[in-house]
Design a protein around this ligand. Structure first.
Ligand code: ATP
Length: 348
């Protein structure tokens, strides 16, 4: 069993808090993604698990055993970074074999293990090349092969796709997902890309400023964001957020009037809804001039200025409107999310 427990894990440098009292249980075989903007503490969390950074407080358990005091090499973890970290003078074959040599795995096993790992990531044709003669995607696959050849208890992957172009990112992402399906190794994966998080993760941990904002399945996080930070971070476009006032079950803001809320106290509130849940209509809860129109391919996106914010509404691909033209959208209460105006926490 290689589950991972983070218990009250914190990292401080002087008074600066990099990671704040993190508590997480990552199940054996789970693919967990740490997601958040630059500087939120993702890499620091990962480095503490790997043993490259000491925790200021808290415990890290792998397979039930506390590893805080173990050297990185004794934690049975393989890491894959954004910069591939390959040895330039070694061939692909030697690069993949290297961890077996370092760990004193019997020589007789090396060839078969290297061949199996390289076949898994489709590198068979490149084994005699040096890294300089490979594309970025191929180099990242060498790094993946080098991680899997050891059969470690845990994979840690820190933005492994961020140096690849958009197309390669998608195919390498699918390969990582496939690899996990095959090997079922407990994996922690760091990214600031929410699409990567949503497509790869069993569960996502959304972080901001060193603190965990929400832990859940990709759908949980998309459908029920715990606060305005998560709502504004997940989705493309992110959830529309409008600050307004609730009075007698009616939400109001500039150019917005949505009736039909029940059990919500009167007062200031932040309302959220997703562009794809609203619908362009003859008249509706939002009526405002068009700020921009974008064709997405299978649909178009109308953005209007309402409630002091830019609000995106997904429309049919043949929907046409001029900038400045007034349009309306049907935004019923039952597609809306409500957040506390002061704390940003979800209230419905
Ligand atoms: P990115 O996506 O940009 O890599 P991240 O979420 O991985 O960001 P971390 O690298 O974990 O962020 O850094 C978290 C915070 O801790 C940042 O504000 C960073 O400046 C700070 N930090 C990291 N290392 C140190 C250090 N050695 N001393 C002081 N502060 C540090």
């Amino acid at each position: 069993m290689a589950d991972i427990q983070l218990q009250n894990l914190s990292k401080r440098w002087g008074t600066f808090v990099g990671v704040q009292t993190m508590n997480l249980h990552i199940a054996d075989g789970e693919f967990l993604v740490l997601l958040g903007p630059s500087g939120c503490g993702k890499t620091t969390t990962m480095r503490m698990i790997a043993g490259l950074e000491d925790a200021t407080e808290g415990d890290i358990l792998i397979g039930g055993a506390r590893v805080n005091d173990l050297e990185p090499k004794d934690r049975d973890i393989a890491m894959v970074f954004q910069s591939y970290g390959l040895y330039p003078t070694m061939t692909v074959y030697e690069n993949i074999r290297f961890p077996l040599k370092v760990r004193g795995i019997p020589q007789s096993e090396h060839h078969e293990r290297v061949m199996r790992a390289s076949a898994t990531v489709e590198l068979d044709d490149f084994l005699q090349r040096k890294p300089a003669a490979l594309s970025g995607g191929q180099r990242q696959r060498v790094a993946l092969a080098r991680a899997i050849v050891r059969k470690p208890k845990v994979f840690l992957m820190d933005e492994p796709l961020s140096n690849l172009d958009a197309k390669l990112r998608v195919s390498t992402r699918a390969q990582i997902k496939n690899l996990h399906h095959e090997l079922k190794t407990t994996t922690i994966y760091v990214t600031h890309d929410q699409i990567e998080a949503m497509t790869l993760a069993d569960r996502v941990v959304v972080m901001n400023k060193g603190a965990v904002q929400q832990v859940g399945t990709p759908l949980d996080i998309y459908d029920r964001p715990a606060n305005t930070f998560v709502a504004g971070f997940i989705g493309s476009p992110a959830m529309n957020l409008i600050e307004g006032r609730m009075t007698g079950g009616v939400f109001e803001a500039d150019r917005v009037r949505i009736p039909g809320f029940t059990g919500i106290a009167d007062g200031p509130v932040t309302l959220g809804f997703r562009a794809e849940d609203a619908r362009i209509a003859e008249s509706g809860e939002i009526a405002a001039p068009v700020y921009s129109m974008e064709l997405l391919g299978d649909a178009s996106m109308a953005t209007v200025q309402a409630g002091g914010a830019l609000v995106a509404i997904k429309a049919a691909k043949d929907f046409m409107a001029q900038i400045g033209q007034p349009i309306a959208a049907h935004v019923p209460a039952d597609i809306c999310h409500l957040f506390d105006a002061a704390t940003g926490q979800r209230i419905e």
